[in-house]
Ligand binder design. Structure first.
Ligand SMILES: Cc1cc2nc3c(=O)[nH]c(=O)nc-3n(C[C@H](O)[C@H](O)[C@H](O)COP(=O)(O)OP(=O)(O)OC[C@H]3O[C@@H](n4cnc5c(N)ncnc54)[C@H](O)[C@@H]3O)c2cc1C
Length: 450
């Protein structure tokens, strides 16, 4: 069997289906392949939270009461200190959804836009033309290999980045593997509450110090107790056990556990190469604070669809130069913000529970939505040191981390407009990243110390 299309998308989940639908809407022939069966698509975990606004912002059909993927909506999120005090609220309409039927919704939408989806079909090998340019892939279905000729191959295959890691060195997008130290390990405990009338969560409450949270789930008398940790599931388990000793959680009976991981490292410097784009978790663009990835995947997909549609007009092959603005537009905005957070976080969390409590009490780093812009962080920190609320060591850590975060933010805001300036930019970016600390390193040190 041999197939020809304009766009081949590898991976039919939140990123791949959205990009496929957008490109099909723009009149391109789109083929999506996923190694999952139709029934298993998206079954990595059950409940997913997505801000309601993103469905309208990205032109997707929004789930609502009565739909198979809809569970609930909550209207705010709250952060509390390491000592369970000083709630910092943010208003947000967040949909509580079931992932598997949500993928069915997205697949139906992509098909309605004109995309074809092949399940139980695995990407195995990228194909290159005589000039060394990517021109499609070898796929495998029912044990048989077949060629798909495509002007654009989009890698939306999740953390494994099936296509990106097989690109030759120097093709234009880094081919690193997102290894164990570059992942955020998320464990979700679905529980039945002993006292639901009192304890049922109406919104997500997060203890950022422990990277733990309690959130609504589909059962009215239930909750999801979540933890995310760098390094390993074993370390996440240890952190959870320590957190449970604090007594902040309601009484519950365990139902079942789900666990999976998201990328936790800087994204490739370029998302595009000749005939290629990387999207979603394959591009490592999850939020460093929360591990959430869907809104940012949709953002990158929408930028990429606009730029590739323009570059592929009149049957043209999309060269890296023609679609360079995918990089410029993403890296200068969302990319800069996440790069700053990724660089800053290890310094921001390296403090004692009491210091974290002091930060909450004085709205340093952690602010309520009504307090935004009202506090001077530096002044707050200095007062903290003078009053003994914050140690000099933690102050130095925070200042160093904030300084490095600021430098990286500025560097990404000046992401080069043209590929010709890219090598100099990446060399400088490498130097900045080499000076940052890693969350996995901190976790390792913590494991050794305790
Ligand atoms: C436990 C947990 C909870 C999370 N909760 C949230 C949340 O509440 N909100 C949020 O925004 N984000 C959340 N995230 C992050 C979110 O799940 C990811 O960012 C998002 O799923 C990434 O989507 P994706 O389409 O890039 O990749 P995936 O969802 O990983 O999909 C990749 C697809 O590619 C397919 N594939 C892989 N290799 C091949 C191949 N060789 N050939 C063909 N197909 C292939 C896979 O079968 C899969 O269907 C959570 C993550 C975890 C781990």
């Amino acid at each position: 069997m041999e197939k020809e299309t304009d766009v081949l998308v590898v991976g039919a989940c939140t990123a791949g289906l959205y990009f496929a639908g957008l490109m099909a809407q723009k009149g391109f022939r789109v083929l999506v392949c996923d190694r999952s069966s139709t029934a298993d698509l998206g079954c990595r975990y059950d409940i997913i939270h997505i801000g309601e606004e993103y469905f309208s912002r990205f032109g997707l059909p929004k789930p609502g009461p009565g739909d198979e993927d809809y569970v609930d909506t909550f209207h705010k999120t709250t952060l509390v200190s390491a000592l369970n005090k000083y709630p910092k609220n943010a208003s947000a309409d967040v949909l509580v959804l079931r992932r598997v039927p949500l993928m069915r919704r997205l697949a139906a939408w992509a098909r309605s836009c004109g995309a074809e989806i092949m399940f139980e079909t695995e990407f195995t090998t990228p194909l290159f033309n005589g000039a060394g340019k990517l021109c499609g892939a070898l796929l495998r279905k029912d044990g048989m290999d077949f060629h798909v000729k495509a002007r654009l191959t989009a890698d939306a295959s999740g953390i494994g980045a099936a296509v990106r890691v097989k690109l030759p060195n120097g093709y234009g997008v880094e081919n690193f593997v997102t290894g164990p130290r570059d992942q955020f390990y998320v464990v979700l405990r679905y529980v039945k509450l002993e006292n639901p009338a009192v304890d049922k969560p109406r919104f997500t409450k997060t203890w950022p110090y422990y990277k733990t949270w309690i959130a609504p789930q589909l059962e009215m008398d239930g909750a999801i107790l979540g933890i995310g940790a760098n390094l390993s599931f074993a370390y996440a388990k240890r952190c959870w056990e320590q957190f449970c000793t604090k007594g902040f959680l309601p009484e519950y009976e365990m139902q079942y556990i789900e666990q999976s991981s998201t990328p936790y490292r800087r994204p490739p410097y370029s998302f595009v190469a000749d005939g290629f784009v990387v999207l979603g978790d394959a591009a490592c663009i999850t939020n460093p604070w929360s591990g959430e990835g869907v809104p940012y995947a949709w953002l990158l997909c929408s930028i990429a669809a606009e730029e590739f549609a323009e570059a592929m007009k009149n049957n043209a092959y999309p060269t890296q130069t023609a679609v360079w603005d995918v990089n410029t537009r993403y890296q200068r905005s969302q990319g800069a913000e996440f790069a700053q957070n990724l660089a800053m976080l290890p310094g921001a969390v390296a403090c004692t529970p009491e210091e974290n409590d002091y930060e909450f009490a004085n709205s340093i780093v952690f602010e309520d939505e009504n307090e935004k812009g009202k506090h001077n962080i530096v002044l707050g920190l200095l007062k903290g040191v003078l009053s003994g609320g914050i140690s000099f060591r933690s102050l130095t850590n925070l200042i160093k981390a904030a300084g490095m975060g600021g430098k990286i933010f500025k560097h990404y805001r000046f992401f080069p407009k043209k590929p010709t300036d890219f090598n100099a930019w990446t060399a400088a970016a490498d130097v900045l990243w080499s000076k940052t600390r890693s969350m996995a390193g901190l976790a390792e040190r913590d494991s050794e110390e305790t």
